[in-house]
Design a protein around this ligand. Structure first.
Ligand SMILES: [Zn+2]
Length: 418
């Protein structure tokens, strides 16, 4: 960590602070389970190192810090007004990750506090949280950190085993924490608002040539397992008009899915997995198993789409004399951000001199878990190339500076509500 400056430097402009935040994210990327890549899962050894470094920074900023019993890093900057704003994101990563997904939100929060302390620190408290688990890599269950924060962590989940047989409860003990004290992870009763800075992880802001956007909500999601059944037969001896080709029907339907989603504003629909049986070059495909993933911020538009897409599969299959079946796997409603808080964030974008673009998130975030409990909003930063969950994930220093500037205006704007 020696070539990155972690000292508190007064008098820096926001561009320099932003460059420092980006350097710090890269430096923290060196704490990994797999050297040469960034892989840092829930309660892994390198998470201790990330906590240690971030806690040193918190202490230098005058914050009290601790690690709660699910492994969330918590730092509080106290003020005369006991009410607090939480600014949070996650510290865990997917395997072979980039340096910014999650951790940028935590580093940016601390950089924002550092910048605010120089001018006029807010009269209310700010709690910065680095959630321990969002990606779901180690135990196949996402959002463990934010779920415990909302008080919704079911105690029986402590017995849930990971791939190596270690349970969540044992992993907590191995990290030096006490799983019987999960109540210490629950949010402080004076918490009034939640803000999450996160990279967009998509190409929309880049396409619009905008650095930032306020997030109005996180799209709901439907997933299905689809099965189209025809008749496998000899590719040489079965004439075209006597075939029951399940793959040809699936191909027809996949194009219909794409067409429907393209003509419905805000809808995304994906067939991402296809298994063809028997899967031989000289056999007419007799059976296809496929996935369907449908997302929209408006649940009734999503449900209408699901209905139409399954209906179209049914009709395409029937017209070819095939059978069709769909099993629902997931029906997750959309989560809306708090309109007042998102309006405040949009005012802050304008006050900082930026376009107040508002968009929905197609990916899940900790904010989605928190929103039903605490007024929540999110600020997206442009993802160059739309790339994330990949080592080439990046962020522009000027966009980080824009986020800092917007964050300062947001702290100002919140003063009247606290
Ligand atoms: Zn993330």
């Amino acid at each position: 960590m020696s070539d990155v400056n972690w000292t508190i430097t007064p008098g820096l402009d926001l561009a320099t602070r932003a460059a420092q935040a980006v350097d710090r994210c890269c430096a923290l990327g060196r704490f990994t389970e797999t050297p040469g890549t960034i892989t840092r899962t829930f309660l892994s050894q390198p998470m201790h190192d990330v906590h240690r470094v971030l806690r040193e920074w918190m202490t230098a900023l005058g914050m009290d810090s601790f690690v709660d019993s699910i492994g969330n890093l918590r730092g509080v900057l106290r003020a005369a007004n006991p009410q607090r704003l939480v600014i949070a994101s996650h510290l865990d990563t997917v395997p072979n990750a980039g340096a910014y997904d999650g951790i940028l939100g935590v580093v940016l929060a601390l950089a924002l506090i550092e910048a605010s302390l120089e001018s006029a620190p807010p009269p209310f408290g700010i709690e910065v949280i680095g959630f321990s688990e969002e990606e779901g890599v180690r135990f196949g269950l996402p959002f463990l950190g934010s779920t415990a924060f909302t008080g919704g962590f079911p105690p029986e989940l402590l017995d849930h085993p990971g791939k190596d047989g270690t349970t969540i409860g044992q992993a907590i003990r191995d990290f030096g924490l006490d799983p019987s004290k999960l109540s210490n992870a629950v949010f402080h009763p004076e918490t009034r608002a939640y803000l999450e800075f996160h990279i967009e992880q998509g190409p929309v802001l880049e396409k619009l040539d905008l650095p930032l956007a306020a997030v109005e909500g996180i799209a709901g999601q439907s997933r299905f397992h689809i099965q189209i059944t025809g008749q496998a037969n000899h590719a040489g001896t079965t004439p075209m008009d006597l075939r029951k080709d399940a793959l040809a029907a699936a191909a027809h339907w996949i194009c219909a899915v794409e067409h429907y989603a393209r003509s419905t504003t805000g809808l995304v629909a994906t067939v991402g997995r296809l298994q063809v049986k028997p899967g031989a070059g000289n056999v007419v495909p007799g059976e296809v198993e496929a996935s369907l993933d449908v997302r929209h911020l408006n649940d009734s538009i999503r449900n209408e789409a699901v209905h139409a897409l399954l209906d179209s599969a049914q009709q395409i299959a029937a017209a070819r004399g095939l059978t069709f079946d769909a099993q629902p796997l997931l029906d997750q409603p959309a989560v809306l951000c708090a309109p007042d808080l998102t309006s405040s964030l949009r005012r802050s974008l304008r006050a900082a001199g930026y376009n107040d673009h508002v968009m929905s998130s197609g990916a899940g975030h900790d904010a989605m878990i928190v929103a039903p409990h605490i007024p929540t909003t999110m600020l997206f930063l442009r993802s160059p190339g739309g790339i994330s969950h990949h080592p080439s994930e990046s962020v522009l220093v000027s966009d980080v500076a824009a986020a800092l500037e917007t964050g300062l205006c947001f702290l100002n704007d919140l003063e009247k509500d606290f």
